[in-house]
Design a protein around this ligand. Structure first.
Ligand SMILES: *[C@@H]1O[C@H](CO)[C@@H](O)[C@H](O)[C@H]1NC(C)=O
Ligand SMILES: *[C@@H]1O[C@H](CO)[C@@H](O)[C@H](O)[C@H]1NC(C)=O
Ligand SMILES: *[C@@H]1O[C@H](CO)[C@@H](O)[C@H](O)[C@H]1NC(C)=O
Ligand SMILES: *[C@@H]1O[C@H](CO)[C@@H](O)[C@H](O)[C@H]1NC(C)=O
Length: 567
């Protein structure tokens, strides 16, 4: 039996940061007159999914339609504990139709909020969702809902199960405040369903395991699937199989020897994952390496702004797709003025690398449907301090991919063993700091005089007999405005012996810069709000600031269309 599954992401994390935020009704600030974009709307993305207004946050596939559910505050663009499930549908995950809210707080078991959860497709192609409700006592409980009419192609209306909550009391040691976000469920060969709920048990971040024969009665398994100390609460856990030596996605309930498993947990401020093996009979997940410890050596989907992500299996195209929530970098006062906050990442296909040591991510093929005007360059030598502009495209809305030849090992600088924190290294060795092999890469959302720019670049080091690539997204000069988060992000890319080239792809969408290094071995997402952009158009450049010449082998850039259905 094939079941496929979808999941839902969330956005409610602010409350757990104790970040008291006021919320105003902003519906009147968003009106656009005659197609003119008001200054405070210039940062509004054109091909990243965002609700008509306010917060966004979650995916599923059912009978030809992709569904995205998200945590949505109908009252304003800052955090409000009262959240509903917004709902949008799409045939291609690029163009969207916004629907009525799918779940709103109406019952004692979700009186104060319908928080995050996930969907599972039951045998007979019947979708259901499990979600966390904030109940009448302000406690977190797990609920079940299903579509009202399976013949409705958009599944607009959802009905909550009358016996909710289906899981009420958290396990011993878990507070009712720290118990949320059920995953997509999976079925073992024994016919029993399993689901994980995120939580904090004493000081352990935990993926709590429940089992059920009928999807309604759930019993706690003695041991969590996995846990780690001192991480804080695990939110939005995700657990799924990946194929070995293939990009094919695998449905959650598939079991087999040719599979590895990915376990992801979100604990502030990042999404961490680990790869391992899972034995459903023994109910044991064993990571290949230590993971989910919250340390620098943990694997991350994205080394920038990316949280509360979820995957789902797309049974039509046989792939697994990852969505993440991308936070703002401006202030909540700005968010109130803009009338919206928070967007979804470009959907990314996710699969195991041939080395089996990490997952790779790549924007889904459909993203290319938005490509319009194309410019291309090849074989260009970049001397020290060279800079050239990629012209002829709309730099505020562009998909750009560039490849560079890697230097010879002897030409690279030695990596000081102390430099083990890539983010710190990128913030010290910014684009302005010359090196040997690098920095070289792209300047995006750049003003003509270059006072404002975001540099996405590589720097190549050697360590023992290997090249080590550092990828940076340097926001320190992204805007002259104050009160904006301009943290610089960095990641080390795992190189392979055979690598001769390194590529960089950036999807620039007004305030969003989503970058994929080395075909998705490292991803970094940034949000930028340059001052010049209020009145002027941005530019894109390729640069080299290292003493070695760098050969850019190819560059392709496309102006991107606006997605249909986004306001
Ligand atoms: C938050 O949600 C409540 C509904 O529970 C609503 O009445 C209130 O206006 C919202 N507050 C803000 C500040 O958004
Ligand atoms: C269910 O949806 C189908 C397709 O939209 C519609 O024709 C039918 O009337 C709906 N049934 C009910 C009970 O609403
Ligand atoms: C979201 O962004 C704001 C402002 O940049 C920051 O203060 C907050 O910590 C971020 N939240 C998360 C979960 O990353
Ligand atoms: C390259 O380095 C020079 C000298 O430090 C600096 O003026 C220039 O801004 C740098 N280029 C970039 C793209 O940062």
């Amino acid at each position: 039996m094939k079941t496929y599954a979808f999941s839902v992401m969330f956005i409610y994390l602010y409350c757990f940061l104790g970040n008291g935020m006021e919320v105003h009704d902003t519906s009147h600030t968003v009106s656009l007159n005659h197609g003119q974009v008001p200054n405070n709307q210039r940062g509004r993305p054109s091909f990243h999914l965002r609700p008509p207004k306010n917060w966004l946050n979650g995916p599923m596939y059912y009978k030809g339609v992709y569904h995205l559910f998200y945590q949505y505050n109908p009252y304003g663009s800052t955090f409000n504990k009262t959240l509903v499930w917004g709902h949008s549908v799409s045939h291609d995950m690029v163009n969207w139709i916004h629907l009525q809210n799918a779940l709103v707080p109406t019952n004692p078991f979700d009186k104060y909020s319908c928080w995050s959860g996930s969907a599972t497709i039951l045998p007979g192609n019947k979708p259901v969702v499990l979600y966390t409700g904030l109940d009448i006592k302000n406690q977190q409980v797990q609920n079940l809902a299903k579509p009202k009419n399976l013949s409705d192609p958009f599944l607009k209306e959802w009905v909550k199960y009358s016996g909710n909550p289906i899981i009420m009391t958290p396990p011993r040691g878990v507070k009712p405040d720290d118990f949320r976000d059920p995953t997509t469920a999976w079925k073992g060969d024994d016919g029993i369903w399993r689901v994980l709920v995120g939580g904090l048990r004493n000081n352990l971040g935990v993926a709590i395991l429940y089992r059920s024969k009928d999807f309604v009665h759930w019993s706690l398994h003695d041991d969590p699937l996995y846990f780690w100390k001192n991480t804080g609460i695990w939110e939005c856990p995700d657990f799924y199989p990946v194929s070995i030596n293939s990009r094919d996605g695998v449905e959650n309930s598939e079991n087999g020897k040719t599979l590895k498993y990915v376990l992801k947990a979100s604990f502030l401020p990042h999404d961490y994952y680990t790869i391992g093996s899972y034995d459903a009979d023994k109910e044991k997940f064993v990571p290949d390496n230590k993971g989910l410890t919250g340390s620098r050596s943990d694997l991350r989907y994205d080394y920038g702004k990316f949280y509360a992500s979820k995957t789902f299996f797309d049974s039509v195209k046989n792939r697994r797709i990852l969505w993440g929530w991308i936070n703002e970098s401006d202030s909540s006062t700005d968010d109130i003025k803009k009338g919206w906050a928070g967007i979804q990442s470009i959907p990314r296909q996710v699969y195991l690398s041939t080395t089996g040591t990490q997952v790779l991510q790549w924007p889904i093929k459909e993203t290319e449907n938005l490509r319009q005007k194309h410019v291309t360059y090849s074989s260009k030598k970049l001397n020290r301090e060279s800079l050239f502009e990629v012209s002829g495209i709309t730099a505020a809305q562009v998909d750009i991919e560039v490849s560079f030849k890697l230097p010879k090992l002897e030409e690279a600088e030695i990596l000081d063993p102390k430099w083990n924190d890539p983010q710190l290294l990128c913030s010290t060795k910014t684009a302005r700091v010359s090196g040997q092999a690098g920095p070289f890469g792209l300047l995006v959302m750049a003003s003509e005089d270059l006072t404002e720019k975001t540099a996405v670049f590589f720097r190549i080091f050697k360590k023992n007999k290997k090249l080590v690539v550092l990828m940076c997204s340097d926001q320190s000069r992204s805007s002259v405005r104050q009160g904006i988060d301009k943290t610089t992000y960095g990641a080390f890319i795992r190189m392979e012996q055979k690598d001769k080239m390194i590529s960089l792809r950036s999807l620039v969408d007004h305030s969003v810069i989503e970058s994929f290094g080395a075909q998705g071995r490292a991803c970094i997402t940034a949000r930028v709000y340059p001052q010049f952009f209020v009145k002027k158009e941005p530019h894109v450049y390729v640069f080299n600031n290292g003493s070695l010449d760098v050969v850019m082998t190819t560059l392709d850039a496309w102006s991107m269309k606006k997605s249909e259905g986004l306001t």
